[in-house]
Ligand binder design. Structure first.
Ligand code: SF4
Length: 346
């Protein structure tokens, strides 16, 4: 089903068709702080991020794309509101994709100017229509699916009339059910790749769960070509959340799985602390390894018998087990070191 969309080139990445679903996040520092952006990009790339979006607030930000794109292979996306000239400047300076909201870019004449430059540089454009910033054609008194889709429909017509088809579409809302319905309808109507996301979801597991309500059914139905899980968190958390979601759905390889028990009265070790240390170690590992961190030696190895390697807490120590079979018992620090070595050598 996924291969029915067009394919667009975003720097060295392909989006759409039957290409893998790309993970993206957005930097949370000003784009003109080039060294900070590059440091963040390196960390996010090591975590598995594919595309990095950067806000363009002023001329300095738009011009920063020149140095940024010469110092990283990550395709950088310029995110522009209100000022079409910044969109043009960002493309001229190396942005590999731009994201605009046609509803706030100053009318269709400005949109046509952006399209001309995007055609010249072969830069795809994401038309991001958010429920919070829709165009004038959106009637807030009638929050229906049709009124939500209309600004997108109007904009697509302008792009198509100009012969521009390197589009990516997004229809974010803070209501996951509205998102699901809007993306499903967009998938039915258009041939362009879809950027999936729910907006303003909050932080931590609350934000991740609200996003999953919309994304899981869409991805299961083969809808969506790139995802962002927007969280009120450091962008690294967004990338980890995207990676784990895709892995859990069988849509991404080379991602470790960490399983752990919820703890109970049998737990005699500080399992949460050990879990956090192991999770941190696994963040940068790109292997299909299954690791377990369990609370007790009575049920732990059995409950996690499909793990490649694991720890099960005992009194003041941890038992190492492989594929459900005990290997040895060690104090906590030693056991964690043994586990990390085994993961690195896997
Ligand atoms: S593995 Fe042991 S400690 Fe963990 S929940 Fe199961 S019985 Fe409790």
């Amino acid at each position: 089903m996924r291969n029915k969309t067009r394919v667009v080139h975003i720097g060295n990445k392909l989006m759409g068709g039957d290409n893998p679903i790309l993970i993206q996040t957005m930097a949370n520092v000003k784009t003109s702080r080039v060294d900070d952006i590059l440091k963040m990009d390196k960390h996010l790339r090591e975590l598995g991020n594919d595309l990095l979006r950067l806000s363009v607030l002023d001329k300095e930000d738009a011009l920063a794309f020149k140095e940024l794109s010469s110092r990283t292979d990550t395709p950088l996306i310029a995110d522009i509101h209100f000022n079409y000239e910044y969109a043009i400047m960002a493309m001229e300076n190396g942005a590999k994709k731009i994201r605009i909201n046609p509803g706030n870019i100053g009318g269709f004449d400005n949109l046509r100017k952006i399209i001309d430059v995007a055609k010249f540089y072969k830069v795809p454009i994401r038309i991001g229509v958010n429920s919070g910033s829709l165009g004038q054609s959106f009637d807030h008194r009638h929050d229906s699916l049709e009124s939500y889709l209309k600004p997108l429909d109007d904009s697509i017509k302008v792009f198509e009339a100009e012969g521009f088809h390197d589009l990516v579409l997004s229809l974010k809302s803070s209501d996951p059910n509205m998102c699901y319905a809007a993306y499903k309808e967009a998938d039915r109507r258009y041939i362009y790749p879809l950027h999936l996301g729910v907006t303003e979801t909050g932080g931590g597991y609350v934000g991740a769960l609200r996003t999953a309500v919309a994304l899981v059914p869409l991805l299961k139905e083969g809808i969506g070509n790139t995802i962002r899980i927007s969280l009120t968190e450091d962008p690294s958390h967004e990338v980890i959340a995207c990676k784990q979601l895709l892995k859990a759905m069988g849509l991404r390889k080379n991602v470790p799985v960490l399983i752990s028990c919820p703890t109970c009265g049998r737990t005699q070790v500080n399992l949460i602390e050990v879990y956090n240390k192991v999770a941190k170690h696994l963040e940068n590992i790109d292997k299909d390894i299954k690791v377990a961190v369990m609370g007790c030696p009575v049920n732990g190895p059995g409950e996690a018998k499909d793990a490649d390697i694991g720890l099960a807490g005992a009194k003041d120590a941890f038992m190492i087990f492989k594929k459900g079979k005990p290997v040895k018992v060690m104090p906590e620090e030693e056991a964690i070191k043994y586990l990390f070595d085994a993961i690195d050598k896997f």
